[in-house]
Design a protein around this ligand. Structure first.
Ligand code: MN
Length: 343
């Protein structure tokens, strides 16, 4: 038996129990529809933020998910995100339409187009800018996702990878591209630091298929375009459907065609502090990262750690200053979103 049948109300139990259904035992699997919220990104872009959500901070090591567009940008500057820092995470940029120029403090300059992956590993610190290039196309549509790094690599060396070719496979009515991690025997060449998957799924009109999942991983799915169902629940742009763990497969289908993105991975055990563009494990770690960025960006109030994030050469304009720290201490939260009790 399902915990809910209307497809909207979620099963709020943190650990769905096994339910006796006559001679068989069925697991009540989760299908939580989490509405995204609109957030301004830079001056010209509004995104749907799907993660973190109040009651769902993470899916595997995925800790942040922004869906931007489709935006008609011919008359405007498009995406204009000035240099800003990251630490403790990887950023994944994935486009459905348009192009984005990435520039970072390691000296990388990379244009990303649909079907290609830009993967930036921040480690201890990196800075980057992401802009729509001069002469950009009429539309911009895609995802920016963050992956939390495990503790042993969260303070490691920064890195950047551009992957123009990713493994893909056709299923009946579907075409799956594994952007990072692994799905059903397909493995992305992108460097991941925890058991994870991010996969693009195109569904033809009037089609349905079954994705093979791992029961020990948790998953969520979103629609980039079109309308679909996943395990009977509607998946539409602007929402994230959290699917929990315990699934060996996922039935998806569509009437008019859809472009979906599957997020999944081993549940992430660490409690994290996420603030601005930093992922850490303590309030002090975030304060130190902010201080180092402000020092390096030549903004008053910084520390001596001024070269931690480096400089984004070739960007025409000022870097983004960090916001003020909140007046209360930042508390680590677990993957469900609950702050940890005070020690
Ligand atoms: Mn960024």
């Amino acid at each position: 038996m399902r915990a809910c049948e209307d497809g909207v109300v979620s099963n709020l139990e943190p650990h769905p129990a096994e339910e006796e259904t006559g001679a068989t035992v069925a697991l009540a699997l989760r299908r939580d529809v989490l509405p995204g919220r609109e957030v301004a990104l830079g001056k010209y872009t509004v995104v749907h933020r799907l993660l973190p959500h109040t009651n769902r901070r993470m899916v595997g090591a995925w800790c942040f998910a922004d869906h931007f567009g489709p935006d008609a940008i011919l008359a405007g500057p498009g995406m204009q995100v000035p240099p800003h820092p990251h630490s403790g995470l990887q950023t994944v940029t994935w486009l459905v339409d348009g192009e984005v120029l990435h520039r970072d403090s390691l000296g990388n300059l990379a244009m990303i187009r649909p079907g290609q992956l830009n993967l930036m590993t921040a480690g201890a610190g990196i800075a980057h800018a992401e802009v729509s290039p001069d002469g950009h196309g009429p539309s911009l549509h895609g995802l920016q996702l963050w992956i939390a790094l495990p503790a042993d690599v969260a303070h490691g060396a920064p890195d950047f990878e551009h992957h123009p070719d990713l493994p893909s496979r056709g299923y009946s009515g579907a075409y799956v591209t594994v952007v990072i991690g692994a799905l059903d025997g397909l493995e992305s060449p992108a460097r991941a630091y925890s058991p994870i998957v991010g996969a693009d799924v195109r569904l033809e009109a009037d089609s349905s298929t079954t994705l093979r999942l791992r029961t020990d991983w948790e998953y969520a799915i979103l629609a980039l375009a079109g309308d679909a169902t996943a395990d009977g629940v509607s998946v539409t742009p602007g929402n994230l459907v959290y699917l929990g763990d315990g699934r060996s497969e996922l039935a998806i289908g569509t009437q008019h065609g859809a472009r979906l993105f599957l997020l999944g991975g081993e549940p992430f055990a660490d409690e994290l502090v996420m603030w601005w563009n930093f992922v850490g494990r303590s309030h002090e770690e975030i304060v130190a990262a902010r201080g180092a960025w402000m020092a390096g960006a030549s903004i008053a109030g910084g520390s001596d750690d001024s070269d931690r994030f480096g400089v984004v050469a070739g960007y025409d304009g000022p870097a983004l200053p960090a916001p003020d720290m909140p007046t209360t201490r930042l508390k680590p939260r677990d993957r469900h979103g609950r702050p940890m009790p005070d020690a």
